[in-house]
Design a binder for this molecule. Sequence first.
Ligand code: DOR
Ligand code: ZN
Length: 365
Amino acid sequence: MRLPALIDPHVHVREPGQTHKEDWDTATQAALAGGVTTILAMPNTKPPIFDAATLDLALGAAKAKARCDYAQFLGAGPSNADWDRHQALLPQAAGLKMYLDSTFGELRLDDMTLWQQHFQTWPRNLPIVAHSESRSMAAVILLAAIYDRPVHIAHVSLKEEILLIRAAKERGLRVTCEVTPHHLFLTRDDIVPSPLHPSAIGIGEEGEGRFSVRPRIASREDVEALWANLEVIDCFATDHAPHTLAEKDGENPPPGFPGLETLLPLMLTAIDEKRLTINQLIEKSVTNPRKIFSLPEQPETWIEIDENARWEIRAADLRSKCGWTPFEGWQVKGRVTRVVLRGREAFKDGKVLVEPGYGQNVRQK
Ligand code: DOR
Ligand code: ZN
């Protein structure tokens, strides 16, 4: 079956700075293998992407190495809330990412006067994405309403959050949101001790081990609320956040899961189980992200899937550098067989066929 190629609006590429976890080559190979031809890259790299020089750094690496299309977010920091002085730079970015709750990396904004300055100076017509959980989500939705602009909420995971967004939308507020596959398919009950770290049990405590992720994997009730409110979810986004297995199973495991190669098989399995429709998949992984992030159509671009192929997810078969997946051993139905990107066969029968540098920056005129 032929489908439109997917867009993933939330990917941690790790370059610059942490290329032992992932880089522009491996992240975009993983994207193509997952049926994704456009990725939006997050700014919590080393250094973080927060001005012209660091944006150049990321885009330079992307230009040389990316095999699928992309754009790069700028990060909201304590010293760059003067976007009105950098007008020319802003349309070159995917949008502005604001980290309002704690997570991996240095880009965290605690001071709410800084939130306000970013909202004041970032143009209304360019995207703002907020990592905001629970009450800070309510706060950022209020701020967007005050500044009369849209806001996109990253990785919604809780019942109270999806109900808040539902209520905000019903009220006419311009809020959109995304949900990750891991928050849709894993619950706290599925958190198992890592074989290398048998003490790593339970969530919400220190020591989630390999299953450490932000936002945390939620309760069964939260997960059920997400499925019950599918129509409130605008996008699926992987939050592909690779860390190596040694890091995940070591002391202080960093939060994050890889996801680019498992999104589509998991969604196709949900479609087979009648929990999701093909139209919902296309809406949340193609049409809505294209509209929310103003992404161009890719001409002569599509993916082909074998919706009947049954297979087992194994990290050893994946292209991400990180070497593990939280879905190890899962039986899925549906496989990407071919990807055509701008007229070229980019992936076929398990092989990536376009070279590093084939990918284009979708924000370049
Ligand atoms: O689990 C996470 N990992 N959540 C985030 O927000 C950041 C990400 C990362 O960069 O590793
Ligand atoms: Zn993220």
